[in-house]
Design a protein around this ligand. Structure first.
Ligand code: URP
Ligand code: ZN
Ligand code: ZN
Length: 465
């Protein structure tokens, strides 16, 4: 018996712990893990001195999204190349209906954007922007999309879901299965606070700092609290996206202790940065919703990852170039909101999390791969190094660092939130379904090879690491 490929000499991170041994691949699948497999290989991938991890799954991206008067600059080509270089082997993007589109029409248009372009495998969540969409959820299940999203803000975009819609969605999901992902911020209070400072004088005086001055922590945690209450009374599975405030983590922790089916995600920008960035000359580049919070929130979020109330790290990739960000022209309400992230998520978590002793490598793997796979209905096909799983694998060096230099990156932006940082954890090798798509830190896979990932379930999972 022989194997197509064997990865030898690395430290393999599995759900049961780290194994020093070989990993054998036949076709697209992992078929054996253990010592002495190399002799039976047609091709050897040398991982001596490296860590062998399951590829990360980024469950929160916005590729090629029309938003804030422009279109996010990473599309399915640049976004998926950036992903691969950052060790991400699957992503799930949010399909959003525009105008009076049905959910099915929005899904068709997202398929059309992605088809034939992506380097890695991908799925979709479906955003619901009005009451009618709630009646169309069954069709989405039939079409392989069991995770939904509603925004508590973005009235101007026509995306905001009202409280009654959120409540009704959770009620329906309780019966149907599936999960509601929520962008939790308190729209009316934000309107009030933004209105107070939206004057020529204040904008001249404070510039991009107004983005953070008008969004105090409670505008997130209060909204999280409401959504959590609705999950408690309906029993519908809830997932808070891009959680940024320490006090929101506290709300989630208390709810989970009571048995509420709520999960939460945070993003590298909230773990690695604080609101000092808005005082920089180019502070507007960092505009994102919710905004990056003050020092101290980051520590609470790291704690939440270690303790378990935060189950997932995802990027919320919504890239804009400097030219696009310049559209703000000094008005903090006009900043194209979002930032790149796919290429740096794993390196940030590895460098600031594992290397700094905030989490062990198994926990990192849980937050980036296994937990998102389980919650989104992709496990055990994705998210884990196990016999029978897809051979979606990333090989990283434990110490070797690379400087973040936007010109040398795959991401289609001319800046990075982490520009000039020296990060370990970039992918030396990435395999997607057994195929090498990154070799020696360079993307080498064929564009368009990525497959759509239909799913039949998503929802709260108990006892995640
Ligand atoms: O500012 C952000 N995060 N842009 C993307 C849309 C969203 O709210 O996730
Ligand atoms: Zn959001
Ligand atoms: Zn988002």
């Amino acid at each position: 018996m022989g194997f197509d490929k064997v990865i030898t000499g690395g430290r393999i991170v599995t759900p049961e712990g780290i194994i020093e041994g070989d990993l054998a691949i036949e076709g697209e699948k992992i078929v054996a893990i253990g010592p002495g497999l190399a002799d039976m290989a047609s091709e050897i991938i040398d991982a001596e001195g490296h860590l062998v991890l399951p590829g990360a799954i980024d469950v929160h991206t916005h590729l090629e999204l029309p938003f804030c008067g422009t279109v996010s600059s990473d599309d399915w080509i640049t976004g998926s190349r950036a992903a691969a270089r950052g060790g991400v082997t699957s992503l799930i993007d949010f399909a959003i209906p525009f105008g009076d589109q049905t959910l099915s029409e929005a899904l068709d248009s997202w398929h059309a954007k992605a088809r034939g372009k992506s380097l890695i495998d991908y799925g979709f969540h479906m955003v619901m922007t009005n009451e009618t969409h709630v009646t169309q959820m069954e069709t989405m299940f039939e079409r392989g999309v069991p995770s939904f999203k509603e925004f508590m803000i973005y009235e101007a975009q026509g995306w905001q879901a009202h409280d009654g819609t959120l409540f009704r969605t959770l009620e329906r999901l309780k019966d149907m299965g599936g999960m509601l992902m929520v962008h939790a911020e308190s729209a009316k209070v934000l309107d009030e606070l933004i209105g107070r400072y939206h004057t020529p004088e204040a904008m001249k005086q404070y510039g991009a700092r107004l983005h953070t001055m008008t969004r105090p922590d409670f505008t997130e945690s209060e909204a999280v609290q409401r959504a959590v209450k609705w999950s408690e009374v309906t029993g519908g599975s809830l997932y808070i996206v891009h959680m940024s405030a320490g006090e929101s983590a506290e709300v989630v922790r208390q709810a989970q202790e009571k048995g509420v089916p709520v999960l939460a995600e945070t993003c590298p920008q909230y773990l690695a940065l604080d609101d000092e960035v808005f005082s920089r000359e180019d502070g507007h580049l960092f505009g994102t919703c919710p905004q990056i919070k003050s020092k101290g929130n980051d520590d609470r979020l790291w704690q939440g990852l270690a303790d378990g109330e935060l189950a997932v790290v995802a990027t919320d990739t919504c890239s804009f170039t400097r030219e696009q960000k310049a559209m703000w022209e000094g008005d903090f309400t006009k900043i194209p909101m979002g930032m790149p992230g796919l290429e740096t998520m794993l390196p940030i978590l590895y460098t600031l999390g594992v290397q700094k002793g905030r989490m062990d490598i198994e926990t990192m793997t849980a937050k980036l791969s296994t937990n998102p796979a389980k919650i989104m209905g992709l496990y055990p096909k994705k998210g884990s190094i196990e016999v029978g799983s897809d051979a979606d694998i990333v090989i990283i060096h434990p110490d070797k660092t690379h400087e973040v230099i936007p010109d040398e990156m795959e991401t289609n932006t001319d800046w990075s939130p982490f520009e000039g940082w020296h990060l370990a954890g970039f992918a030396r090798t990435t395999l997607s379904r057994g195929e090498v798509i990154v070799d020696k830190y360079k993307v080498c896979g064929e564009m368009g090879r990525g497959q759509w990932l239909p799913r039949d379930k998503a929802g709260f999972v108990k006892g995640l690491r």
